[in-house]
Design a protein around this ligand. Sequence first.
Ligand SMILES: [Zn+2]
Length: 408
Amino acid sequence: MNKSFGQIPRLNPSAAANVADAARHVEGLLDDDPDLDVLPDSNRFPRPGVDIPIADDSQEVLEEVEPASLPGSQGQDDESHEGATGKVVEEGIEYLTFYKSFRDVMSAPARKRWGIFFIKKRCVALATDMSFSTGESFVDCLDGLAAFLYTHELYHYRFDAHCLQMEATGGLPVYRPYRRLVANRPVTEWHEESIANFYALKALQPNLRFTYPQPICDYLWDLVANSPGAYAGGINKQQRSRRDQMAQQASAALANAGPAVWQGLVESTIRTGMGLSKQRESTLSSFLHLDNCPVFWIDWVKGGKSVLVPYVASVSEINNDFIKRYLAGVQDHHSDHSFYRIDNGEKVKLPNPHRPDLTNREFHNIIGKAGLTSPQFYKERERTSVWRKGVPRSPVLPPRFPSKGGGS
Ligand SMILES: [Zn+2]
C-alpha cells in the first residue's frame, strides 16, 4: 500500500527561495527583452492552457500538499457530475494543475510562490469521476491522480531548471524565448506536453516503492489518449522525435545568431535536459534538485466556497441530444416512459428531469451502457459539435459492463 501522496516531497522553503533568487540574478544578466512577455494581464505568468479566474473579489487559498490536508470526496450519490474530464479533453492537463516558473515568482497567481499548483476543486472532481468510472476508492483515485499530475508538472520544472543552468553559465536566454514561441504555436506543437504526459503515465507503472490499481492507470491512460494535440502524444512509448522537436523550439531563438556548429552545440546541450529521472538526475545540479520544486493546493474562494464553476453536461443535453440523437434512442413503450432503448440494444433510464444537473451515478450508468468512458464521452461530444454532426454514431459500441437486469 502506498503512503498517500508518497511521490510528492515535503516543502523546503529555503531551497525554493534560493532557486528563485538565483534565477532573478541570472535573468538580470541575460540579453532578453522582458516586454516581449506582455500579456493582456501583464502581471500574470505566461503559460498557455491554464484556465483560472482573472482578478475578482474571491480570495486565493494556498495549502501545502501533504496527507493531513487531503481533501475529502464530494462523491455522494446525489452530487452533480462535474465535467472536469471534459475540460481536460478540450484543453489539456493544465486545467487541473499548472507549473509556475521560479522566474515568475512575483506574478499572480500565488504571488511570492512558484512551483506546482494542484487546482483543488477540479482535482477532487476528476478523482470523483475516476472513482465512479473504476470502482476504486476516492482516496486511491486522488492518490493516483496526484502522482500523475505531479510528474507531469515536474517535467515542466525539470526543463525550466535545465534552461536556467545553461543560462547561468552561457549568458543566453533560452527559456523565455522558448515559452513565447510555444505559446504562439498550435497545441499540436506543444511537444513538451507530450513528453510530460509520457512521464506522468510512467510514474504509475509498478516499481519498488509504488503500485497503483490497474483500473486507475487505465483511466489516466484513456484520459491522455483523448487529450488535445500534443498532450495525447503521451501514450506513445517513443518520445524521441518529440524531444528533437522540442530542442529545436528551445534553440530557435538562436537560429540567426552565430555559426551553425555553435547552434548545434547549443541544441544538443538543450537536448541533454529532456529526460526525467526521479531517482537520479545526472544532468541537474543539486541546487536545482527535483525535490526543491514546491507543491501546493490552490483554490479561489468566496464566502467559504470555491468560485470555480463546474463544467456540466445538463440533463436536457443528455436526454435530447446524447440519448435521442447520438445514440438513436427510442422510447421503450413496454415499460416506464423514462426508459429509452439505444442503438446497442441497452435500455437506459433518462436522468431525473426535475434536477438541472446530472448526478454522477446517472452519468456513469448512461455512458457505460453506451460503451463509453468519460474521456471518450467528452471526445465524442467535441467531435460531433455537441451531438449535432455525424449522428447517430457509427459504428455502434457494446456496453462497457453487463447491464444489471434493469427489468428487461
Ligand atoms: Zn503541462
